[in-house]
Design a protein around this ligand. Structure first.
Ligand SMILES: *Cc1c(COP(=O)(O)O)cnc(C)c1O
Length: 434
């Protein structure tokens, strides 16, 4: 199908080409129970990831003392943001029913973004597998031993490689270096200088590319293939990453219970997830569908210049279409979301489960960043605000949000240096004052 035919079939592409803020509702969505029958990832796999993270808690607690108060479990708070909710309604002159909560993955320990879930999980799994194969560990041991010098020495015989727009590199780089692995991060042109500097300080090899994310991943994959002792973290295709992210769901369920929030037919849960290549938001959405079925509604949120997942899902072309194919430039201040071609694995896994996907402009993300800092004193990176227009978007299109709970997934910002935070804030201030 050429572009003209695509546009005829999917007229929304026209608006996407004009970088308008759009929303797409998934007409391929089926009942959760039906959709799950066609999916190879299972709840057992997510449970296995959950158990593995529990085995590793004693190591995490020793290696990263900031996790001690949570006994080595890497988790983030879920908080109400009522003042922000009012400000958002006023800014967009739109009302919505239901309560607004923020899932603060910017506060996740170790790497301050959602990548502290899947990214760290996959490296831990590699370490466990190697140590068990070598007879250095059994699954019954206290994994705290892995912090010992002899284990670091063992892991230094292996290397880890990853391609990233920044945050995945940070998360993989930090945990890999801590365990003792040699690690190479292939960074796309979108990656911020401070992220590269921070990694190099930790002894991580950072290779920079003038091109975008897809190429950085491709190059990383190629280099890793030449080295049998190198493990490539494949952000586009990794089931381990995906299930690592999915573990978030059962923890969120407990947090909702603690807050006294019900999720059932009469109390729907809406979750808005900033989306880059898809692994993070896809994994979380999958985990939530496993637990809450048809009572949870998950939406991806992407920049108007990088709506790769929306494009892949809507056309069914998945990884075979990129935003460049419809004339978009994939240039956005939301560096965590600057991905032009979606993960085919995630798109195909979620195609009958996900409720929809919408876009948001860089300007809107900046405005919301400043508003959230003013109203709730929470400071995020631009990508992490993409979920914030979710309730507005679904309300505008007539969803019945009576008794709804809305969760905006704040995917990152915890490691952003102070000077950068000020720059983000000032930019949003300017947009708000216009
Ligand atoms: C990586 C990232 C996302 C999206 O995750 P993907 O797995 O790339 O879809 C969202 N927000 C932030 C801040 C990120 O770093």
């Amino acid at each position: 199908m050429n572009l003209q035919q695509l546009i005829e079939k999917y007229p929304l592409i026209k608006e996407m080409q004009n970088t308008e803020e759009v929303i797409w509702f998934n007409s391929n969505q089926t009942k959760t129970s039906e959709a799950l029958r066609n999916i190879t990832v299972t709840s057992e796999m997510v449970q296995d990831a959950n158990d593995r993270l529990e085995r590793f808690a004693s190591y995490i607690e020793v290696a990263f003392p900031e996790t001690a108060k949570a006994n080595g479990i890497i988790e983030s708070p879920l908080v109400g943001i009522p003042t922000m909710a009012s400000a958002v309604k006023e800014l967009f002159k739109t009302e919505f029913n239901g309560e607004l909560l923020l899932k603060c993955d910017n506060d996740l320990p170790i790497s301050g973004s959602i990548k502290a879930r899947g990214g760290i999980y996959e490296v831990l799994k590699i370490a466990e597998t190697l140590a068990i194969c070598e007879g250095l560990l059994t699954s019954k041991d206290d994994y705290g031993v892995l912090a010992k010098e002899e284990y670091k020495k063992f892991f230094s015989g292996y290397s880890i490689a990853v391609g990233s727009t920044g945050n995945l590199g940070l998360s993989i780089g930090i945990i890999s270096a801590k365990l003792g692995f040699r690690v190479t991060v292939h960074m796309s042109s979108d990656a911020k200088q401070w992220k590269k500097d921070m990694l190099r300080q930790k002894g991580v090899e950072v290779i920079e590319y003038a091109a975008d994310y897809s190429l950085a991943v491709e190059e990383g994959r190629k280099q890793a293939e030449q080295d049998p002792k190198c493990f490539f973290i494949d952000d586009e295709n990794s089931i381990d990453l995906f299930v690592g992210y999915a573990v978030a769901a059962s923890r969120l369920k407990k947090q909702l219970e603690q807050l006294g929030k019900m999720v059932d037919e009469d109390h729907p849960l809406y979750v808005y997830l900033p989306c880059g290549v898809g692994g993070g938001p896809g994994g979380v959405a999958f985990g939530l569908k496993l637990l809450f079925g048809d009572h949870v509604h998950c939406y991806f949120a992407e920049p108007t210049h990088s709506p790769c997942m929306l494009l892949g899902l809507m056309t069914g072309l998945h990884e075979n279409i990129s935003v460049h194919d419809i004339g978009l430039d994939n240039k956005t201040a939301a560096d965590g979301l600057a991905v032009g071609r979606p993960s085919g694995f995630v798109g195909k896994t979620l195609e009958q489960l996900i409720d929809g996907s919408y876009t948001i402009s860089d300007q809107t993300m900046h405005q919301l960043l400043t508003l959230l800092a003013d109203k709730e004193n929470i400071r995020l990176e631009p990508s992490a605000l993409a979920g914030m227009t979710g309730p507005i978007q679904v309300a505008k299109h007539g969803a019945n949000l009576q008794n709804a709970t809305h969760i905006v997934w704040a995917t990152g910002g915890g490691m952003v240096p102070e000077s950068e935070k000020v720059t983000y804030y000032e930019m949003g201030r300017q947009f708000l004052n216009r």
